[in-house]
Design a protein around this ligand. Sequence first.
Ligand code: KG4
Ligand code: ZN
Length: 335
Amino acid sequence: MIILAVESSCDETSVALVKDGKEVLSHIVLSQMDIHSIYGGVVPEIASRNHVVHMTRVFEQALEQAKVEIKDIDLVAVTHGPGLIGSLLVGINAATTFAFAHQKPIIGVNHLVGHIYAANIEHEMKFPAVALLVSGGHTELLYMKDHMDIKMLGTTLDDAVGEAYDKVARVLGLSYPGGPIVDKLAAIGEDTYHLPRPFLDKKEHNFSFSGLKSAVINIVHNAEQRKEDIRVNDMCASFQASVLDVLIEKTKHAAESLGAKQIILSGGVAANRGLRSRIFNEIPHFEIIVPSMKYCTDNAAMIGAAAYFQYLKEGAKHNYLISGYSTINFDKLDN
Ligand code: KG4
Ligand code: ZN
């Protein structure tokens, strides 16, 4: 089954062709990062306008690279949320128009489910699984009983992990997006600032990162007032150590208590080198799967991968009436 997938929920314009949910025939991602970094974050109106400018060309390149004829495409899939509404609508309109013009079935895919299925492109999911989904907008600890059977264990009560990384980077005078830079500097610094480990309590599946972020901001502001320097590398290492202690401990506890066969790590923050190395060292008794870097941050291949399993489960029920928005809609796991 060949799926043409479209992702435009934030600032990446992406189209991919994916066969049977696994084989990526083409994968085009046009990042607008350089444009938004001038403003220190994604500007929704500018993101939508750039999707409009680039979407057609990205479609063409994906089709060219895959060497697939339009007649061989079986299904069109598009991210229909969560995300920036203007950005989402550009992808939804492009995908729906393509599907209608070529009389293909179409489905809307939840962006978070896409992030999880990024891990199934190069690996094989095994159930039950515990998934840690960490990105710029989301921090979710999830339980997967089977394909497309996803329940919520915990979520962030305030900032998402990636958001906290980006805000900490900003206060340290580092450029946007801050996550990769903080990660790089953390590797050459030391955990000397002794920041809090929020919600480390084992029984608590939820997360909270705004207090940790504020702790960093307070230290930086106090140092500024006293005209003292901040040891930036050490601050990055301290912040990262705190975040990773919490993420890893909660994931480990969830996997152990729920008898998981596998741990899935995904989302933009799964590109974090510290997290990737520590999770394997500290949870060695579980099989852990992580997408390669290119499938961690936003991309359409993950939408194509998820769409295949969604289609197997429920068919193309959305047809041409894709609603403009899908929220985080995982039910809580009953105790
Ligand atoms: O999944 P993604 O591309 O977009 C969302 O759906 O949010 O994630 C982007 C987020 C940004 O906050 C970025 O700073 C963070 O992922 N990120 C990282 C790293 N690479 C990207 N955070 C920590 N370490 C990294 N290496
Ligand atoms: Zn994302």
